[in-house]
Design a protein around this ligand. Structure first.
Ligand code: CAA
Ligand code: FAD
Length: 380
């Protein structure tokens, strides 16, 4: 398969790699310990053009392809998955969703700020009783003529407190089920919009995850995205692309752990020789390398499908399902290669192992990816 990597792609890879090494790596353990949002680093990523990579240049975006985006996601995720999830949500859920389906006015008002990193976005679909079962939205947006009244609770929202603009999915007409769902742009600070406490998480601890509570929040009609009833399709279509970004994040976490394990195996000695000379360790590295290469092919295939205008629901779901399993397997083995050192924070692999787990849960669990895949391959 020819993924047609260009000189520009290689430059993006190098820029993301340099940024990860110079700006993300130095404080990554401390931010993880303190659950500290990488605020300064996200601002810098915005200035470098990493926050709206695929968005239209007309609205400040980079106009790049999905291949460029997954390359950047892989490199950033090798070092700091808490920062890369902010990049992922902003790029593939919020900017892409607005760029593709927003009105000219919405793009001028919101997208321009999101692509520059001046503002951060959040994508709000999940609720306490509607996670995988996303059509069961309980949050309501009642049509009042020139505005909607929003009530309900969203949970697990990435960038929950750091965001400025929130894409909220809510039920307008329950009788129409998923065809009665809408998507809205809501601004932080609007009356009745409350941000719940921060979740204390296993991994991606530098990203801030919150519930959001809406009490009679007035949302102007011009902030609805697309036609009435388009909200569920908006969420599904946006998530199909988002899953490619999370697959690239999983790939990066795996590749980061593998690179650390490889170096460690070359220097650590046991029984009078470097541990790489014990076949048990060499074979682990062989397995890691092979599975990472396979995951990279699936991620690239999904990105190329999207860039070619082909359907990417299936390839994106397969990439996320497989790469997230590889992230779990490789990070676990990387800890093993490091022995006791793997179990302490200083060596980074324990954090990568904790970070890997979320890639099997958010943007559709692995079980949900299997539903998407099996439905596609079984349909006539
Ligand atoms: N593109 C367009 N439309 C789609 C679609 C897609 N990829 N997938 C489904 N739809 C449409 C269907 O066509 C159908 O519409 P019509 O009846 O008009 O044809 C409608 O959506 C409902 O589809 P289903 O009957 O298939 O719905 P379902 O109840 O069986 O659920 C599902 C399908 C795939 C399981 C879906 O609910 C789902 O994806 N669940 C997981 C939710 C999820 O991924 N959440 C992530 C939250 S964001 C996040 O997590 C961000 C982060 O962490 C950083
Ligand atoms: P449930 O849906 O209750 O699932 C529980 C278990 O049952 C899972 O193993 C699931 O796979 C399985 N299951 C459910 N239904 C089926 C079925 N039909 N067949 C087989 N197995 C099934 N959401 C957002 O909207 N925006 C965000 O920014 C966001 N960020 C997140 C960040 C973090 C750190 C976390 C933890 C979550 C985030 N989420 C976000 C929510 C995430 O998308 C959901 O947690 C996920 O979709 C699963 O939903 P749930 O937690 O309700 O689990």
């Amino acid at each position: 398969m020819d993924f047609k990597l260009t000189e520009e792609h290689e430059m993006i890879r190098q820029a993301a790699r340099d940024f990860a090494k110079n700006e993300l790596l130095p404080g990554v353990i401390e931010r993880d310990n303190k659950q500290e949002f990488p605020k300064e680093q996200i601002k810098q990523l915005g200035e470098l053009g990493f926050m709206g990579m695929m968005a239209s240049p007309e609205y400040g975006g980079g106009g790049m392809d999905t291949v460029a985006y997954v390359i950047a996601m892989e490199e950033l995720s090798k070092v700091d998955a808490s920062a890369s999830v902010v990049v992922s949500v902003n790029n593939s859920l919020v900017c892409w969703g607005l760029d593709t389906y927003g009105s000219k006015e919405q793009k001028e008002k919101y997208l321009t700020k999101l692509t520059s990193g001046e503002s951060i976005g959040a994508f709000c679909l999940s609720e306490p009783e509607a996670g995988s079962d996303a059509t069961s939205q309980k949050t309501t947006a009642i049509d009042q003529g020139d505005h909607y009244i929003l009530n309900g609770t969203k949970n697990w929202i990435t960038n929950g407190n750091s965001a400025d603009y929130y894409l909220i999915i809510a039920q307008t007409d329950r009788e129409k089920k998923h065809r009665g769902i809408n998507a809205f742009i809501v601004e932080k600070g609007w009356e009745g919009f409350e941000i719940g406490p921060k979740e204390d998480k296993m991994g991606i601890r530098g990203s801030d995850t919150h519930s959001l509570i809406f009490n009679d929040v007035k949302v102007p009609k011009e902030n609805r995205i697309g036609e009435d009833g388009f909200g569920f399709k908006f969420a599904m279509k946006t998530l199909s692309g988002g899953r490619i970004g999370i697959a690239a994040q999983a790939l990066g976490i795996a590749a980061g752990a593998y690179e650390l394990a490889l170096e460690y195996a070359k220097t650590r000695k046991a029984f009078g020789t470097e541990i790489k000379n014990h076949q048990a360790i060499a074979f682990k590295l062989a397995d890691m390398h092979t599975s990472i290469e396979a995951a990279r092919h699936l991620v690239m295939k999904a990105a190329v499908d999207k860039d070619n205008g082909d359907n990417y629901d299936l390839s994106g779901a397969m990439a996320k399902l497989y790469a997230s399993q590889v992230a779990m397997d490789v990070t676990t083995e990387a800890v093993q290669v490091h022995g006791g050192n793997g179990y302490v924070k200083e060596y980074h692999v324990e954090r990568l192992m904790r970070d890997a787990k979320i890639t099997q849960i958010y943007e559709g669990t692995s079980e949900i990816q299997k539903i998407v895949i099996s439905r596609t391959i079984l349909e006539d």
